[in-house]
Ligand binder design. Structure first.
Ligand SMILES: C[S@@+](CC[C@H](N)C(=O)[O-])C[C@H]1O[C@@H](n2cnc3c(N)ncnc32)[C@H](O)[C@@H]1O
Length: 308
């Protein structure tokens, strides 16, 4: 049986099924975490992940690619999703089961997309590398999947601890020390400097240098948590080498071409084409996801629930 969240994710990320699989496994990994009291989604982006995690559902015609920009500069590593205008209308079919008090991100366009979901009571623009604008002990629960995108995890952790009330919980996704070893670009080009593999830089799109650099072992993360006054309540490792390698290539290289192909489909045919595409993806995504439910210390990501 396909879980509703995987169905929803395949629907909104149909042109990037590797993202749907990854995010489904994130939802599974954090299933015991509950947003309670005043809550923060730190680095919420366009909010689509947290909306689906909260039980929200979209109309089959909606997807994550409604508003993109600079597709002609995709291979220059530009963020093509950093775009918004008034025409952006998320087609919500079912409201989420809970609300999150604050959605925080540094990209105003993404926050405008998030604001239309009915998930966040408030959205706040800010740079996670700077001291946070929130009061001490002002949140009961925090979720974040962006700590490893920031400059210094120890400083970020101290800030998250400062704004969390005593007894509160933080749920974090953080890269494991194994992740760089699963990256084709790192293993085949960075480590060997073999020019025959230099083209993998275009496939990597800056991921290794921008965020995989923060990869660390459980022991290393626990040291950082300890210094910030946070204790590990629950820890698992998800995202196997297979999933990372499927994601490392995925449909990503074809994204601009796929977008042009979709635009060329007559409006009255799109629903059928999409339904067949998503059904074909399910044949592979559903059994693949089912192989992934074991906690394994060699997996590429940590999921922590921490308490203060
Ligand atoms: C991996 S996405 C996660 C988005 C969302 N939380 C999710 O799980 O799908 C990383 C997010 O971090 C945000 N981000 C990156 N650097 C940031 C910074 N310095 N301050 C605030 N947000 C940042 C990006 O804009 C993006 O939305």
């Amino acid at each position: 049986m396909t879980s509703e969240s995987l169905k929803q994710l395949l629907n909104i990320f149909w042109l990037r099924p590797e993202t749907a699989l990854w995010r489904h496994l994130d939802i599974e990994a954090m299933r015991d975490f509950k947003f309670t009291g005043r809550s923060l989604d730190f680095g919420c982006g366009d909010g689509l992940f947290s909306f689906i995690r909260a039980g929200g559902e979209f109309d089959p015609l909606f997807d994550a690619f409604q508003k993109t920009a600079n597709l002609d500069r995709f291979y220059e590593k530009v963020d093509v999703f950093d775009a918004y205008d008034e025409s952006y209308a998320p087609l919500v079919a079912k409201k989420p089961d809970y609300q999150i008090s604050v959605g925080f991100d540094h990209k105003p366009n993404l926050l405008k997309k998030a604001a239309g979901l009915g998930l966040y009571a408030e959205t706040v623009v800010g740079d996670g590398n700077e001291p946070l604008v929130f009061e001490d002990a002002s949140f009961d629960t925090i979720f974040s999947n962006i700590v490893y995108w920031l400059n210094d995890p120890a400083t970020t952790m101290a800030e998250l601890s400062r704004i969390l009330r005593p007894g509160g919980q933080v749920c974090l996704m953080l890269p494991n020390a194994t992740l760089p070893e699963y990256s084709f670009f790192n293993r085949l080009f960075v480590q060997t400097q073999d020019p025959a593999w230099s083209w993998l830089d275009e496939l990597d799109r800056g991921r290794l240098s921008d965020n995989i650099k923060q990869a660390a072992s459980d022991e290393q993360w626990r040291q950082i948590f300890g210094s910030a006054g946070l204790k590990v309540h629950r820890h698992t490792n998800h995202l196997s080498k297979h999933i990372i390698q499927a994601w490392d290539i995925g449909f990503r290289p074809m994204f601009p071409a796929f977008m042009k192909a979709i635009e060329a489909i007559p409006a009255d045919r799109l629903a059928d084409v999409k339904a067949e595409w998503v059904d074909s993806l399910k044949r592979f995504a559903v059994p693949f996801a089912a192989t992934e439910l074991q906690d394994n210390p060699a997996n590429a990501f940590h999921c922590y629930v921490l308490t203060k």
